[in-house]
Design a protein around this ligand. Structure first.
Ligand code: ADP
Ligand code: ASP
Ligand code: MG
Length: 444
């Protein structure tokens, strides 16, 4: 018998009705023996994620206030699921313990992690499967980084003891034995870690869309799903904003050569997206694989005549940025200019000092910082074989009346990045999509 690890996202487990769909999916394939649940997510667009309610509880507790207003809503969410499904787990006892600990100041990570913990208890009960607490099997080191070797050893051994298991997503154990969460959306990472530790044949990531789509469905109406994508392409897309899979969920499965399949809980017959090495061998349907982007970047523009001949200029510029504890995203440069793109919020409270240090270290002719920049990445393993891809992007943007403020094309030709005004972000994304998908004949 094989092993498939199935991670279900928040909207897939937001209600009793969703729990029923999940059970049906799990029972359809005997290999689906390990499940990684998220906390209950939104049931409709105006709903609040349980994780956000837990963060609110922690804020109230930290301010010395009663957490009841937020905690009562959490209680209601879990009871809504447990009562309708007739579950027998002692939910009230668990809720009381969690309530007490948060009110006493257990902290943000503990509070946020309880969303997944409690949902895991309910799902284990509903499935009749064993509950495995990731606090006993997923470890972070003293610097807060995942301790892959220890996790692989301990979690691997624990999972071998269970034929069927529920492992809550989003958290593990820090070097002092306390709960520590991943960054938001981190249940995707847990799923990948569990798949590796279980030596799974497949990591299934079940969500509310039919795979990774060629563009964000909140910007482009009904974008085409991507059938096959390489790890490298998906890493670029998710890092740049395709939020369907956490950008760090790729590493554990890639290292182990385990393919990932993104599937739709609400449309389980759709094949979804397969991420894996074999995608390298497949021709993509279009010239590009997908488009993703993000708003709110800033460009630090530094000019100096004859910069090209000055040894160490780039190093000193990056030193000034590093000294402020800011990491940079891109660094397109010309003969007498160098641009460094950073996240806008990383500059908060640091702009003046940064400009001063650049002046001291680099003696430039000018330093300007422009914010309100959106970055859009057009990604595709097929671009390297097609002529004129960048020209098509620029023409499409020009026709849409979008001013391009920055261009960055990696040497791998996997990714062409353009910077546009925040205000043009959606129009520009749609223009690129139209150029390569709506207008282009599929090449199969
Ligand atoms: P889950 O709770 O299942 O982890 P998420 O909300 O984290 O789900 O991710 C799924 C959402 O990602 C989709 O509903 C969609 O709005 C958004 N999304 C953004 N970009 C893309 C994309 N390129 N393809 C698919 N979904 C995307
Ligand atoms: N529940 C967590 C969050 O909302 C983790 C996840 O959904 O993956 O960020
Ligand atoms: Mg997610």
């Amino acid at each position: 018998m094989g092993i498939k690890v199935a991670k279900f996202g928040g909207s897939s487990l937001a209600s009793a009705e969703q729990f029923r769909k999940v059970k049906e999916i799990l029972l359809l394939d005997a290999d689906r023996r390990i499940v990684v649940p998220s906390a209950p997510g939104k049931r409709c667009s105006t709903d609040i994620k349980v994780t956000d309610l837990f963060y609110e509880c922690n804020r109230l507790a930290a301010a010395g206030k009663d957490i009841a207003p937020a905690f009562d809503r959490i209680r209601e969410r879990y009871h809504g699921i447990a009562d309708e499904l007739g579950l027998t787990a002692d939910l009230d006892a668990h809720l009381e313990e969690v309530h007490k600990n948060i009110q006493l100041g257990a902290g943000a990570d503990y509070a946020a992690s309880r969303g997944e913990y409690l949902n895991g208890i309910l799902l284990a009960d509903y499935m009749g499967w064993d509950f495995v607490d990731p606090q006993t099997g997923i470890f972070f080191d003293e610097e807060g980084r995942l301790d892959s070797a220890k996790t692989q050893d301990v979690l691997g051994a624990i999972l071998r003891e269970h034929t069927h298991a529920v492992v809550p997503g989003f958290y593990g154990c820090d070097s002092h034995g306390n709960v520590k969460t991943f960054s938001r959306g981190g249940s995707d990472i847990t799923g990948a870690i569990v798949a590796r530790a279980a030596n799974a044949d497949l990591y299934e990531n079940w969500t509310d869309v039919s795979g990774c789509l060629m563009a964000d469905p909140r910007i482009v109406r009904n974008p085409e799903p991507i059938a096959h994508v390489t790890y490298r392409e998906l890493r670029e897309l998710s890092y740049m904003g395709a939020s369907v899979l956490h950008e760090d969920a790729i590493f554990p499965v890639r290292i182990a050569g385990i393919p990932t399949n993104i599937r739709n809980t609400n449309d389980p017959t759709a094949p979804g997206t397969v991420i894996g090495y074999e995608a390298e061998e497949r021709d993509s349907k279009y010239t590009i694989t997908g488009i993703a982007g993000h708003k709110n970047f800033a460009i630090i523009n530094v000019e100096k005549a004859m910069m090209n001949a000055e040894l160490g200029f780039g190093r000193r510029l990056l030193q000034a940025i590093e000294e402020q504890g800011i990491s940079f995203e891109h660094m397109p440069s010309g003969i007498d200019t160098m641009c460094v793109v950073v996240h806008e919020d990383a500059l908060e409270g640091k702009k003046e000092r940064l400009v001063q240090r650049i002046h001291e270290l680099c003696q430039p002719d000018s330093v300007e910082i422009h914010s309100g920049l959106a970055l859009i990445a057009t990604v595709g393993r097929g671009m390297v074989r097609s002529k004129g891809t960048s020209a098509r992007i620029f023409n499409a943007l020009t026709r849409a009346g979008v001013n391009i403020r920055l261009i960055d094309q990696g040497s791998s030709e996997l990714n062409i990045i353009v910077g546009v005004d925040n205000l043009d972000f959606e129009v520009a994304t749609r223009a690129i999509y139209r150029e390569f998908v709506t207008k282009e004949e599929p090449r199969w």
